[in-house]
Design a protein around this ligand. Structure first.
Ligand code: PEP
Ligand code: CO
Length: 449
């Protein structure tokens, strides 16, 4: 356990992107209540994830972290959770089949409710209001009342995260993830597409392999990995009163663990060495993601990593690189070199979403599929030339047939965006675009094998 650290020690540092709660008595009451709420994850599971991530650091695994930009109270439905889970499973199978290594499935789910925003103010006409900061903090409606931060929302977010996690566990361990049912994972609206038929072909090949293995005596009755899967959850460690309330001592090891998610990450805007978020994350034993954007200063990043992972433990740090399609080939190699020089052990993961966001002519915030793909390609290219294993991918996606990102085989155009634009924050890949991207990544994984 780290000395001079407590789940509250971040309060002595500068905390960016925090709401100001007017009613402090209410905040204290809610915090007290949250401290007694049951954990969503167990420390033992977190340690298991760390072991799996250690494999992604040294070429024996691949990390797939995917889910909503922001979960919302309005878009909460068991079918949505099921469909996102299904698409993540499909993507995992595609990637694993190509790479020949296990894929670690990590949802951006069951707690991803707080958002850093580029501006603290949103303007519509003459009216200026505080920005929407995620359902855990305030409400997306454009009114003064709706935009007031309310601590009670943290309890609602926890309750939604708990039921989401409950359903994910049922899917992962209750038969839904059984590889023998792979033929049924294709969603109806994807079935008819090229991606759908590509997946069907892959599923047929896997079924053939399973039949053969069954004939040899290896089947879902005697090998757990064929009938169930580990599925982990993660979110950005942004709202610190919430995160500290869910940080508890593990009775087995005596160490501090955040029990609200298996893995947490620090955003690109909150990763300063002397800031509250780095302080908070430096004391918990969970794996920690760090977003690495185009303004990242190498020496500072090395110091942040050393602060969070002083023992250079493998599987502890995931660098989530989001440089932008136009920047990555120039800005990324020096970062890899700095990390190599300092012999830091990290998982390298590519986030091709967050630096490729733009405003479409229609006014919608969007991302163009070919830019996303281009950043992914450049990521693999840089890794190839630096001779360092590319260990993961970080995506904003959903299992629904939304129209938020442009392009892909469905050729979603600017005029299509308005038809099913449901995100509460950034544009997500829909099911079909997610599967298309997984096949394209798979082709890169095959090449580097
Ligand atoms: C996010 O992952 O939703 C996000 C805000 O990312 P970043 O910190 O990289 O901008
Ligand atoms: Co986002």
């Amino acid at each position: 356990m780290k000395e001079n650290w407590s789940p509250q020690s971040w309060k002595f540092k500068k905390a960016l992107h925090q709401p100001v709660y007017d009613n402090v008595t209410k905040l204290n009451k809610i915090t007290k209540k949250m401290k007694k709420l049951p954990p969503l994850v167990f420390a033992g599971e977190v340690r298991e994830l760390k072991c799996e991530l250690a494999k992604c650091a040294d070429g024996k695994g691949f990390l797939l972290q995917a889910g909503d930009c922001a979960e919302s109270f309005a878009e909460f439905h068991p079918n949505y959770i099921r469909d996102t889970f299904r698409v993540i499973m499909q993507m995992a199978v595609i990637l694993s089949f190509a790479s020949g290594v296990p894929v670690v499935k990590l949802g951006r789910l069951a707690g991803q409710f707080a958002k850093p925003r580029s501006s603290p103010i949103e303007k519509k006409g003459d009216l200026e209001l505080p920005s929407y900061l995620g359902d855990m903090i305030n409400c997306i409606d454009f009114s003064k009342k709706a935009r007031e931060p309310d601590p009670e929302r943290m309890i609602q977010a926890y309750n939604q995260a708990a039921s989401t996690q409950n359903l994910l566990r049922a899917f992962a361990y209750g038969g839904y993830a059984d590889l023998s049912t792979i033929q049924s994972w294709n969603l109806d609206f994807v079935k008819k597409s090229k991606q759908g038929s590509n997946f069907k072909n892959l599923a047929n090949r896997i079924s053939e392999c399973l039949n053969f293995m069954n004939a040899c005596g290896v089947n879902n009755q005697n090998v757990r990995q064929l009938s169930e899967t580990n599925f982990y959850i993660s979110h950005e460690a942004l709202l610190l009163p919430y995160e500290s309330a869910f940080t508890r001592i593990d009775s087995t090891t005596g160490d501090w663990y955040n029990v609200g998610a298996h893995m947490l990450w620090i955003g690109d805007r909150t990763k300063d060495l002397n800031g509250a978020h780095v302080e908070f994350c430096s004391g918990i034993s969970n794996p920690i993601g760090i977003k690495v954007g185009p303004t990242t200063e190498h020496n500072e990043l090395v110091k942040v990593i050393n602060r969070i992972n002083p023992k250079n433990e493998e599987g502890k740090i995931v660098l989530i690189v989001r440089m932008g399609a136009g920047n990555i080939e120039k800005l990324y190699p020096p970062i890899i070199k700095a990390i190599k020089k300092n012999k830091l052990r990290v998982v390298w993961s590519c986030d091709p979403m967050h630096a490729n966001t733009e405003k479409a002519k229609s006014g919608y915030k969007t991302r163009i599929f070919k830019n996303i793909l281009s950043e992914v390609k450049s990521f693999f290219k840089v890794h190839n030339s630096e001779d360092i294993y590319a260990g993961g991918i970080h995506l904003e996606m959903t299992g629904q047939n939304v129209t938020e990102c442009m392009g892909g085989m469905q050729k979603i155009s600017d005029k299509d965006l308005s038809s099913r634009y449901h995100t509460h924050c950034d544009p997500r890949l829909n099911a079909s675009q997610s599967i298309e991207l997984a096949f394209l990544i798979a082709s890169h994984l095959k090449k580097i094998k």
